[in-house]
Design a binder for this molecule. Structure first.
Ligand code: HEC
Ligand code: HEC
Ligand code: HEC
Ligand code: HEC
Ligand code: HEC
Length: 382
């Protein structure tokens, strides 16, 4: 009996020792320590002992409660702020456009996840890059971007850039979002959607489109990835295919345009950005809105055609009165009085059939003269 007890005690003691050693071994060989050792030898080779000595060992953290940032990425990405390592070897390379970011978005203040997403406080590659299953906002890697057919991760990062830069009409270095903002303005999306308090309610409000959960979308007709981003990409390419009988116009966007608009939609998130992190949209190099004043003499001659565009009829009934969507009738060459009477009936509510109520708010403040001018223009198109 006694011998057995001693044996058990011995085995128990041995186990504890092994476990402790195991923990020490694991602690000494954590992923990040491995990278730090590798980095220091790389730097002393490339940039000399002095630079290598300036690398502070241990976990490095940026904390900014205002932006909800607790980022330890630099624990492995040690060369981010050291010029001379631009070769792109990760996790050691110098940040692209370092001088620009240091000046406009210093990392010590902005952290990393503000632009990249991922899980800031984690210290393993898998967790930090947010590839773990439970993490909602995985990092925008080159691989993820390729999956969606973007050139590189930069386009996707623009989703995050635009959370602060939303009010800019144009931002240097934001190619996709700039294109999308131009399209939203050109196509007058607010005819059918409320965006930041402006617009009509023919389609859903878009102000915080980027905060909608996947459960809010129907994926039955989506061919690729069943993600919200991909839903938007396929929907912009062909609204009627993704949302059956949709009243949205098929603008025949090409892939680049659909992708850009989808990134813009994803960026419209409900998020409280502290005031001091919102750039001033009227800073000197931003494009200021242009007011287009129509020449009076011009308006008289072409009043019908100008009104047809100015009052947004063109959006639904098409260029030159030729509609591209089944839900909206073509108007070119219709009989003059038929047009006048239909518009007036829709205005007063006497005509409610089909989808015509969609149009009511749009003709509400047309005067009789304007209705006649538009109808003459359309009649003449025959
Ligand atoms: C444990 C070390 C480690 C941590 C912590 C870490 N990384 Fe990385 N990172 C790597 C390694 C290794 C690579 C290259 C291999 C890879 O992509 O997985 C890399 C690659 C990258 C890339 C290039 C990816 C691509 O292919 O497009 C980016 C961007 C990046 N990391 C950002 C971050 C950000 C942001 C954080 C913090 C949220 C972070 N990393 C935290 C080790 C780390
Ligand atoms: C203000 C936004 C912003 C912040 C803040 C930021 N980055 Fe980046 N980062 C970018 C953009 C945009 C790119 C892509 C640049 C390009 O491809 O030209 C990039 C590229 C990178 C790359 C290279 C990826 C590749 O594919 O080669 C790494 C690594 C990286 N960032 C890590 C970090 C780390 C670590 C931090 C925090 C210390 C950080 N970034 C902070 C915007 C940011
Ligand atoms: C957390 C908010 C935030 C994020 C995210 C952010 N920015 Fe900025 N950005 C700012 C602020 C604030 C300024 C300073 C504006 C000023 O001084 O008027 C600025 C300045 C700039 C400028 C210089 C402004 C100019 O025209 O002179 C550019 C270009 C820019 N950002 C691009 C980007 C890009 C590209 C990204 C994403 C990779 C990005 N920003 C992400 C807040 C942000
Ligand atoms: C003629 C009216 C009309 C115009 C113009 C229009 N849309 Fe739509 N849109 C709709 C309708 C109706 C829906 C709902 C049915 C559907 O999903 O297609 C919709 C749906 C959407 C959705 C999906 C919203 C969600 O959460 O389900 C987005 C995003 C969207 N539109 C963006 C745009 C953008 C951006 C523009 C301008 C380029 C635009 N729309 C122009 C009518 C319109
Ligand atoms: C949001 C999309 C939309 C806009 C913008 C719009 N319409 Fe319409 N329009 C419709 C719909 C829908 C109908 C009715 C189709 C039906 O009955 O099913 C319609 C019907 C008409 C008709 C009757 C056509 C017929 O064959 O009976 C006329 C005329 C007309 N619109 C003129 C206009 C004019 C003029 C404007 C600009 C002031 C305008 N519409 C703007 C959607 C629109």
């Amino acid at each position: 009996m006694k011998i057995k007890d001693e044996t058990l005690l011995f085995i128990g003691g041995l186990l504890v020792c092994l476990l402790t050693l195991g923990v020490i071994f694991k602690e000494e060989n954590t992923e990040w320590k491995k990278y730090q050792k590798e980095f220091i030898s790389l730097v002393s080779q490339k940039l000399g002992a002095e630079v290598a000595d300036s690398v502070e060992p241990g976990i490095s953290q940026i904390w900014n409660p205002q932006l909800k940032v607790t980022d330890r990425c630099q624990t492995c990405h040690l060369g981010i702020e050291i010029p001379g390592l631009e070769d792109g070897k990760q996790p050691f390379s110098t940040h692209p456009d370092l001088a620009f970011y240091k000046k406009t978005h210093p990392f010590k203040d902005y952290g990393c996840t503000t632009c990249h997403d991922g899980q800031g406080f984690a210290t393993t590659v898998e967790d930090a890059h947010g590839e773990a299953h439970h993490w909602m906002t995985p990092m925008y890697t080159g691989m993820l971007a390729k999956d969606y057919g973007f050139k590189n991760s930069k386009s996707m990062i623009e989703i995050n850039c635009n959370q602060c830069h939303r009010q800019d009409r144009e931002t240097a270095d934001m190619e996709s979002i700039n294109l999308a903002k131009k399209l939203v303005e050109e196509k007058n999306c607010t005819i059918c959607h409320i965006i930041e308090g402006k617009g009509l309610t023919i389609g859903p409000e878009l102000t915080y489109e980027g905060s909608k959960y996947p459960e809010g979308f129907v994926f039955d007709e989506v061919e690729g990835k069943k993600s919200v981003l991909n839903w938007h990409m396929e929907h912009f390419t062909n609204p009627q295919k993704v949302s059956k009988d949709s009243l949205m116009i098929n603008f025949k966007f090409n892939k680049e345009e659909s992708n850009a608009l989808s990134l813009l939609m994803m960026s419209w998130k409900k998020k409280n950005i502290p005031f001091e992190y919102i750039p001033n949209p009227y800073r000197s190099n931003a494009t200021k809105p242009k007011l287009v004043e129509l020449d009076d003499s011009l308006e008289k001659d072409l009043s019908g055609e100008i009104l047809y565009t100015k009052k947004f009829c063109i959006t639904c009934h098409g260029k030159g009165g030729k509609s591209t969507t089944g839900a909206y009738p073509s108007l070119a060459g219709q009989t003059y009085w038929y047009l006048v009477n239909q518009i007036k009936d829709i205005k007063t509510g006497a005509r409610k059939a089909g989808h015509s109520e969609v149009m009511k708010p749009l003709v509400q403040d047309l005067t009789d003269q304007e209705i006649e001018d538009i109808s003459k223009y359309l009649y003449d198109l025959k």
